[in-house]
Design a protein around this ligand. Structure first.
Ligand SMILES: [Zn+2]
Length: 312
């Protein structure tokens, strides 16, 4: 049984025909020129048609879509920060346009599911997965089962508090890990710094164009010793490392998987998080865990969404 996996980011809609083993048969992507729900649904339809056409004669059962944000019942998107959406009946709109049943899931849940079933988590029973992309998220697998929690929101790692009363987060609360370490917020903090009076290499590296600020630029400036970049970077690395270490001490997993769009592109940050995690995890939990990098790269969400289409 093949399925359609869709990864809806802030700039592209990607679609893939995925086989039951999590392999991509064919894929296509469409740039999002307009972020209104109708236009986005249309872009997804175009990408999906492209993927299905190049996959050839396979039958497709089900469609899974990974979206960044807070999801409501029936595939609605309550808050979609990358697209500027509030209360969009996305699942219903997309199902109508594609003419098939659609399952809408959180993008990080999709990425974790992909890594679990087709990537770095295969065969492991106790697992903690952390993705740092535009947001920060995690999944917990304990004794072979997904930990969902009483309200289904367990593993909301981006919204644990690291600075009481600190920076305002996209979730509306203050001091969340994501407000310091998520890609969106790394960029926001650099933009704020550029408006300040302190000189910084961030302006020379980007030719003073705030649109060119990325986590990769932040790492470059920090590694060159820029004081402004260092503060933002060190705070992100420090908060992430300590938070992950504490989770490992609590959960005692056999494996920690690190991935996501930011960590996939910032080897220095990844290295420092590994060091911080190793230093701050309780010794017994540390001895039991192997720390690995996500294997599916930017395809984890696409594959995971496809596999989730027909999962329980
Ligand atoms: Zn938050």
């Amino acid at each position: 049984v093949h399925t359609l996996g869709i990864d809806l980011g802030g700039t592209y809609a990607r679609a893939a025909v995925v086989d039951p083993g999590g392999r991509i048969l064919a894929s296509a992507k469409t740039a999002l020129t307009d972020r209104g729900p109708e236009a986005v649904v249309e872009a997804i339809h175009q990408a999906a048609e492209g993927a299905i056409t190049s996959a050839g004669s396979v039958t497709i059962h089900g469609c899974g879509v990974g979206v960044a944000g807070q999801l409501g019942p029936n595939g609605s998107v309550i808050v979609g920060p990358n697209l500027g959406w509030r209360n969009v009946p996305f699942g219903a709109l997309l199902a109508a346009r594609l003419g098939r049943k659609v399952r809408v899931v959180n993008d990080l849940a999709a990425a974790s599911w992909g890594e679990l079933n087709a990537g770095a988590g295969k065969g492991v029973q106790d697992l903690f997965v952390v993705f740092v992309g535009s947001g920060v998220g995690s999944s917990i697998i304990s004794a072979g089962r997904f930990v969902r929690g009483a309200a289904g929101v367990a593993g909301e790692f981006g919204h644990i508090k690291v600075v009481p009363g600190g920076r305002l987060c996209g979730c509306g609360e203050r001091g969340c890990l994501e407000a310091y370490a998520g890609g969106h917020n790394l960029i926001a903090q650099m933009q704020e710094a550029l408006q300040g009076t302190e000189p910084t290499r961030l302006s020379t590296l980007t030719g003073n164009d705030p649109h060119k600020l990325t986590p990769v630029v932040l790492e470059e400036a920090a590694e060159q010793g820029d004081a402004v970049a260092r503060r933002i970077y060190d705070a992100a690395v420090g908060h992430l490392s300590l938070a992950i270490a504490n989770q490992l001490t609590v959960l005692n997993p056999a494996r920690l998987i690190l991935g996501g769009g930011v960590l996939n592109r910032t080897p220095g940050m990844l290295k420092r998080i590994r060091e911080g995690v190793s230093a701050w995890t309780n010794a017994n939990a540390r001895a039991a865990v192997s720390v690995v990098v996500a294997e599916l790269g930017d395809d984890s969400g696409l594959i995971g969404a496809g596999l989730l289409a027909t999962a329980e």
